[in-house]
Write a protein that binds this ligand. Structure first.
Ligand SMILES: Cc1cc2nc3c(=O)[nH]c(=O)nc-3n(C[C@H](O)[C@H](O)[C@H](O)COP(=O)(O)OP(=O)(O)OC[C@H]3O[C@@H](n4cnc5c(N)ncnc54)[C@H](O)[C@@H]3O)c2cc1C
Length: 422
């Protein structure tokens, strides 16, 4: 009998990692991605030890770390560059969790993931946008906007914040799907040569000003990714904008004018940007655990728990999902004594024994993080001088209790499994 076919929607972060983890367990994954040719996307991601541990399981952790500059410290400061707090906590991550934190260019990660699929012989169909889904007790059929349909044993929706899989599954459950929530904030993000004064140590830096917040971290030994978050009342999805090489200079000039009086190093970094994009920040109200799955479909990553980026955990949580779902799935090995039981689980008990416990485990943690990210965004960006002063004092004070900061990170980074330094 052939291996159970798994339809995976979305070749972002979660989709390809799950495809490999399931292939390792004897399944036959097939990847569908709406983009015609995966390539240049977004700016960057800060991968934390909880996410990199999962990348290690698919053999990508070393490549990510080799390209990046693993993080050694945190720095928090006022807009002017006056320091509020600093910490060398990230320099302890490798020893404590077996992996460091590492910034990575999103395009590089996406291409590494796609190449990994191709190397392992996983079929990747680009330009296949999921339209809807239908299911029976035994199988699932995905219908695509190109008019084609494909049948599988089950389907994994990893198609991100605007997931068609989520809409299709909510439809199967008779639940109306609402639009993503605009958080009231936009980001302009860029990639620049790392300024000389930041080269010595890989540090994630946050500058807090009135009406704007800036984050910057290294994504290679010589490149830094930065993002300016600011309020914008009138948001439209069309905000997403990649500046052309000719218009980057003008936009950088506008940003520097807007950030008048801010840290001069920041000005130099923005002015030397090689790439600049702008986008609105969205999240969605959380789903209940039972809404994460149907009889033969399950959601992972942003499709299940789309988040604004202020805690830097979206991709890391997507990777945690991959781990938990893959360990819950039975091994498919025709030579094993458990083969019959595995097929029975896939046939009759998939939703009850696999999807339901997975969603019940993952929903509380991820929905708390989505809420936390929104609160963090509201704290970071304010136009009110009084609130800005209170925010700065809060940041200064919170870092004074280094044990509490460490405990907060530990609750995130010790998951999804223990790993010590190799
Ligand atoms: C500005 C910004 C900064 C961020 N920074 C961080 C960070 O530092 N650290 C972190 O952990 N997270 C970060 N995140 C969050 C992170 O990007 C997401 O949580 C993560 O990418 C989710 O992974 P995913 O695989 O679920 O979805 P995605 O990465 O969004 O991938 C979804 C894929 O599905 C495809 N797709 C969509 N619809 C369809 C369809 N109908 N049919 C087929 N394919 C489809 C898409 O083209 C895409 O390739 C950030 C997010 C933003 C917006």
């Amino acid at each position: 009998m052939s291996a159970p076919r798994v339809l995976i929607i979305g070749c972002g972060v979660a989709g390809p990692v799950l495809a490999v983890l399931l292939k390792q367990k004897g399944y036959d994954p097939i990847m569908f991605e709406k983009v015609r040719q995966l390539g240049d996307v977004g700016a960057s991601l800060m991968l934390m030890p909880n996410g990199i541990k999962v990348l290690q399981l698919v053999g990508l952790a070393d490549a990510v770390k080799a390209e990046s500059a693993p993080l050694q410290g945190f720095w928090e400061g006022k807009a002017t560059g006056e320091m509020l707090a600093e910490s060398d906590l990230p320099s302890t991550f490798l020893a404590k969790y077996g992996q460091p934190a590492a910034g990575v260019k999103r395009t590089s990660l996406n291409m590494m993931l796609k190449d990994m699929l191709l190397d392992l012989g996983v079929e990747v169909r680009e330009g296949w946008k999921l339209a809807t889904v239908s299911e029976t007790d035994e199988d699932v059929t995905a219908l695509f906007e190109n008019g084609q349909s494909v049948k599988g044993s089950f389907l994994i929706g990893g198609d991100g914040i605007k997931a068609s899989s989520r809409a299709a599954m909510l439809n199967l459950q008779g639940v109306p799907q609402s639009a993503p929530n605009y958080t009231g904030l936009v980001q302009v993000a860029g990639i620049s040569e790392t300024p000389e004064e930041f080269l010595e140590k890989a540090i994630k830096r946050n500058w807090y000003g009135q009406g704007a917040h800036v984050i910057a971290y290294p994504i290679s030994p010589t490149l830094t990714s930065w993002a300016i978050t600011m309020p914008e009342d009138q948001e439209a999805e069309e905000t997403w904008h990649l500046y052309t090489p000719g218009s980057i200079k003008t936009e950088a000039g506008n940003l520097v004018t807007m950030l008048d009086g801010w840290d001069p190093t920041l000005h130099r970094m923005i002015t030397s940007a090689q790439r600049v994009i702008k986008y609105g920040l969205f999240d969605r109200a959380h789903l209940q655990p039972h809404q994460w799955y149907t009889e033969r479909c399950v959601l992972v990553g942003d499709a299940a728990h789309p988040t604004s980026p202020h805690l830097g955990q979206g991709a890391n949580q997507a990777l945690e999902d991959c781990y938990h779902l893959s360990i819950a799935m039975p091994v498919i090995d025709p030579k094993s004594d458990d083969y019959g039981r595995a097929l029975e689980t896939l046939g009759k008990y998939l939703s009850k024994n696999i999807f339901a416990p997975f969603a019940e485990k993952r929903q509380p943690r991820t929905s708390a993080l989505v809420k936390g990210a929104r609160i963090q965004g509201e704290l970071r960006v304010s136009r009110d001088p009084q609130r800005c002063q209170e925010r700065d004092a809060l940041i200064r004070d919170s870092f004074k209790d280094s044990a509490a900061v460490e405990a907060q990170y530990d609750s995130l980074l010790r998951e999804p499994f223990q790993q010590t330094s190799s």
